[in-house]
Design a protein around this ligand. Structure first.
Ligand SMILES: Nc1ncnc2c1ncn2[C@@H]1O[C@H](COP(=O)(O)OP(=O)(O)OP(=O)(O)O)[C@@H](O)[C@H]1O
Ligand SMILES: Nc1ccn([C@H]2C[C@H](O)[C@@H](COP(=O)(O)O)O2)c(=O)n1
Length: 221
């Protein structure tokens, strides 16, 4: 049996978690789980339901009865919601604007955390998992735990470059700064917990970040 290699990567919006995690998983031959993609699919459930943000119990009931299935191939990220491919839809600004509604719902979090742990077990713990509370709540026993950060200005500039002209400066700032503020009410991703390695990517290119994290993997230096 192959040894477990579970790598947990957390960080704020736009710090490079997804790009970095996919690169590390490809380099090390591991599966990849973007936990934010499940929160985003849950946000689509909410958006299509017509429920009010204050209806927290109904939102939780709705989300926890949905079938949300992420792909775990780092080369081909995908997300299915009740048999529908929502891979592109989950990145739309309307989803980014509302995802904190489900991310701050504690019953939704508890249910999704169980989904994440099932996926980690199904991958024989050979997987890179990224999000906001992977190092602290979902997999505090991971073989390597990293908090990936970058200055807000760098994160906003990266997101702006990625989205091009499809959103204005206020929308980008909302997606990065306001969303982090809301998400930080339920997860701690601004300071590394004990035993978590801090990587600041503000002045590092993507390849350098991937190289740095691969160099931290026990036995792979
Ligand atoms: N080290 C880096 N240097 C420059 N650009 C980067 C770096 N890392 C990632 N990027 C770019 O920044 C953008 C955001 O990266 P990514 O989506 O990986 O961040 P994230 O932390 O997963 O964000 P979110 O939590 O909002 O999904 C992407 O366009 C990506 O290509
Ligand atoms: N483990 C996680 C993963 C994600 N979230 C929240 C925070 C974000 O607002 C949203 C989407 O995540 P992203 O795609 O931007 O990484 O989901 C969380 O609370 N916990």
């Amino acid at each position: 049996m192959t040894d477990s290699l579970l790598i947990a990567i957390d960080g704020p919006s736009g710090s490079g978690k997804s790009s970095t995690s996919r690169g590390v998983a490809q380099r090390l031959g591991l599966a990849y789980l973007d936990t934010g993609s499940l929160y985003r699919a849950a946000a689509i459930c909410f958006l299509e339901s017509g429920l009010d943000v204050a209806q927290t119990e109904q939102i939780a009931a709705l989300v926890t009865s949905a079938a949300i299935t992420p792909g775990t191939d780092p080369l081909h990220p995908s997300t299915m919601l009740d048999g529908r491919d929502v891979t592109a839809e989950i990145r739309e600004p309307r989803v980014s604007e509302k995802v904190s509604v489900v991310a701050t719902n504690l019953a939704v979090r508890e249910w999704l955390n169980e989904q994440f742990r099932t996926i980690i077990a199904a991958a024989d713990r050979r997987i890179v998992v990224e999000g906001r509370d992977i190092t602290t709540v979902v997999a505090p026993d991971a073989d390597l735990r990293v908090l990936l950060v970058a200055d807000p200005a760098a994160r906003i500039a990266r997101r702006q470059a990625e989205l091009g002209g499809s959103v204005n400066a206020d929308q980008v700032t909302d997606q990065v700064v306001r969303r982090d503020r809301d998400d930080a009410t339920v997860s701690q991703f601004e300071e590394p917990a004990e035993g978590v390695e801090l990587v600041d990517s503000t002045h590092m290119g993507l390849d350098e970040v991937i190289e740095t994290i691969c160099g931290m993997v026990p036995g792979h230096a």
